[in-house]
Design a binder for this molecule. Structure first.
Ligand code: NZQ
Ligand code: ZN
Length: 409
């Protein structure tokens, strides 16, 4: 077939599928993080941090001291002046981070090094922003959604694949006092480098590996499960990340010492949220916005809140998402029979079954018995914050959110 005939055929298919009016969106893409990936790479940090830096090394509740990562990092830092700040909790807590901010200022720290999962990295991003913030209170960065154009320089040693924070410029910070969890970010918050040694997963508890798989999978869903826009490559990037996660999930859960599986798991998590797959396409992120409320209220692990909300969200928004749901069912799970609607329904069931397969319950009542009133409370909070239109069409009202949460009980 000659070229013109091929073009005609593609156009006819697009018209038939009613897709001709949807074009890939314009975009700009810049991601400055240097990734150092592979076995025994942690020592490389010694040449990544500028000489003469005064380093604040940040870590979490102590896992790094039990699995040998702490020693490897300290060895890499042997030529630097280093102060340590441990104890950043999962869902990094504002009040704890303020203590680290004080140290940065009084000790004239010039470089931050996060050694941990999403929580430590996000906490470090907040500090990188707050250290240069000139306003009244660093809480403004979160409550007023102030973008960080310039932050302190920092690098990361990733100890837990999940969030993608090691290669993006976003962070999520919790304030326990007010049961709030807010996102922040900006171009000034890309890590300068991130070291990804897949061997770190050997010490991660199984429930956290399940969390990582679920979080990364949902990151892809948030950037994919919208409506078709003729972004063929982005769709296939997204589908391939989900297929890889599905393939490696049982392997890493069974044997975290299996390097090939660990490496694919780790890189999939990073690729799921480093900005690439969302370029030129509509994105949703309602599942995360609602999920954060469940962590803030009940302390449910981030990934698990997503597994609670996602199936209800897709069932509630079936009509607007059914084309992508059906495409997902076909391409990711090989569902080739049935009508569009039947395939789309199967897609949602497959998502839920996948979460169950990695031991993640998908109903709120499986995590807490005190869920009555949750939907109303989240609705009220979204109204208060003026979050009146969520999702890819900015059309989900707080009343819709209430119904989605009720469906997840
Ligand atoms: O604190 P330690 O003792 O280190 O233990 C941690 C923590 O208890 C443990 N852990 C981490 N690496 C380990 C390990 N245990 C043994 N061996 C290792 N190698 O795992 C527990 C969970 O760690 P955490 O950092 O909280 O997990 P995750 O990476 O899932 O991060 C979750 C946070 O990231 C935010 C979430 O909201 C949540 O606050 N997110 C950040 C995003 C971003 N910046 O782009 C996007 C995400 O959607 C997400 O919202
Ligand atoms: Zn997430």
């Amino acid at each position: 077939m000659d070229f013109l005939n091929r073009v005609k055929k593609i156009k006819a298919t697009l018209v038939k599928k009613n897709l001709k009016f949807f074009k890939m969106l314009n975009f700009e893409f810049q991601n400055s993080t240097k990734i150092i990936f592979g076995k025994d790479t942690i020592g490389k940090l010694s040449t990544e941090i500028p000489t003469n830096s005064k380093v604040l090394m940040l870590y979490g509740g102590g896992s790094v001291k039990k699995n040998g990562i702490y020693e490897q990092v300290k060895k890499g830092l042997s030529n630097f002046e280093v102060i340590e700040f441990g104890g950043i909790p999962a869902n990094p807590e504002y009040e704890v981070l303020l203590k680290a901010l004080e140290i940065i200022k009084t000790e004239n720290i010039t470089y931050l090094l996060a050694v941990g999962g999403g929580s430590v990295i996000d906490g470090t991003k907040f500090l990188a922003s707050a250290a240069l913030y000139e306003g009244d209170s660093p809480w403004d960065i979160l409550s007023k959604f102030i973008r960080t154009e310039k932050g302190m320089p920092f690098g990361t040693v990733l100890t837990m694949p999940a969030t993608g924070s090691e290669m993006n410029s976003g962070a999520v910070i919790t304030r326990a006092e007010t049961q709030e969890k807010f996102g922040m970010g900006g171009p000034g918050l890309f890590p300068q480098f991130s070291i990804l040694d897949p061997q770190v997963i050997q010490s991660i508890p199984k429930n956290q590996i399940s969390n990582g798989i679920t979080d990364a999978f949902t990151h892809v869903l948030e950037q994919y499960m919208t409506y078709p826009i003729n972004a063929f490559l982005q769709d296939r990037f997204a589908e391939s990340i989900m297929q890889t996660l599905i393939e490696v999930a049982p392997m890493v859960l069974e044997n975290p010492f299996y390097y090939e599986a660990a490496a694919n798991y780790m890189w999939s998590c990073t690729m799921a949220l480093n900005g690439l797959i969302q370029k030129g396409v509509p994105t949703d992120w309602a599942v995360h916005s609602i999920g954060h409320e469940l962590t803030a209220k009940f302390g449910i692990d981030h990934a698990r809140t997503l597994a609670i909300i996602a199936p209800s969200h897709y069932r509630y928004n079936f009509e607007t998402k059914k084309k992508k749901l059906a495409q997902f069912a076909e391409r990711v799970f090989g569902v080739h029979t049935g009508t569009l609607e039947e395939k789309a329904t199967a897609g949602i069931d497959k998502i839920e079954a996948f979460f169950h397969s990695v031991n993640i319950p998908t109903k709120l009542s499986e995590y807490t018995s005190e869920f009555e009133g949750t939907a109303e409370r989240i609705e009220a909070r979204f109204i208060e914050r003026n979050w009146l239109g969520l999702g890819e069409h900015k059309s989900l009202t707080p009343a819709d959110v209430k119904k989605i949460v009720e469906m997840s009980y």
